[in-house]
Design a protein around this ligand. Structure first.
Ligand code: HEC
Length: 152
């Protein structure tokens, strides 16, 4: 009996030491790292796309985008539900067109540099891969995502 109480006490000490021993030389309160992006980069993302002309919805372009989406995106994204990645049914109303195209064309750098995308990676635990779309294909997919918002 006495021996097992000592064992318990010893375990407790070891456990507490492990918890407390986190990072003794980091000084604790390191301030959150600044994003390091300009306001424009936060809004439009990081990548080759700095401005996109969007006006009224182009249904033919959206139909092309749907085909690309089915092949290159639907393995990970649904419109309404979380899957491997976040649902995209309303993303075109939440993100700028530039952000969406940069995410498609330049996901590596977006994951590395954009604080929102970093946070998403923390949530989804899978880095979105570069699917090597052309700029025209990415533009068509954007139109398809815009059409989702109109339908909703
Ligand atoms: C292998 C899975 C995978 C594929 C394929 C994929 N994505 Fe993603 N996508 C993700 C994940 C996971 C995230 C969340 C960020 C991260 O973890 O990298 C994401 C994030 C996004 C975002 C940002 C969403 C937001 O709320 O800001 C957009 C837009 C997006 N993907 C569009 C696409 C499009 C369009 C395609 C096809 C060209 C595609 N993705 C292909 C997994 C994928």
């Amino acid at each position: 009996m006495r021996a097992s109480i000592h064992l318990l006490a010893a375990l407790l000490v070891v456990t507490l030491a492990a918890c407390g021993g986190d990072s003794p030389n980091q000084g604790g309160n390191t301030p959150a790292e600044p994003a390091g992006l300009t306001q424009a980069q936060l809004e439009k993302g990081v990548g080759p796309i700095t401005s996109v002309d969007v006006s009224s919805l182009d249904a033919a372009l959206a139909a092309q985008g749907e085909q690309v989406f089915t092949v290159k995106c639907s393995a990970c994204h649904k419109m309404a539900d979380r899957y491997v990645g976040p649902p995209l049914g309303t993303v075109a109303s939440e993100r700028s067109p530039e952000f969406i195209m940069n995410m498609i064309l330049n996901p590596e750098e977006m994951i590395q540099k954009h604080p929102d995308v970093k946070a998403m990676l923390g949530q989804f635990m899978t880095p979105m891969p570069n699917q090597h779309l052309t700029e025209d294909e990415a533009r068509a997919v954007l139109e398809y995502l815009r059409a989702q918002v109109e339908e909703a």
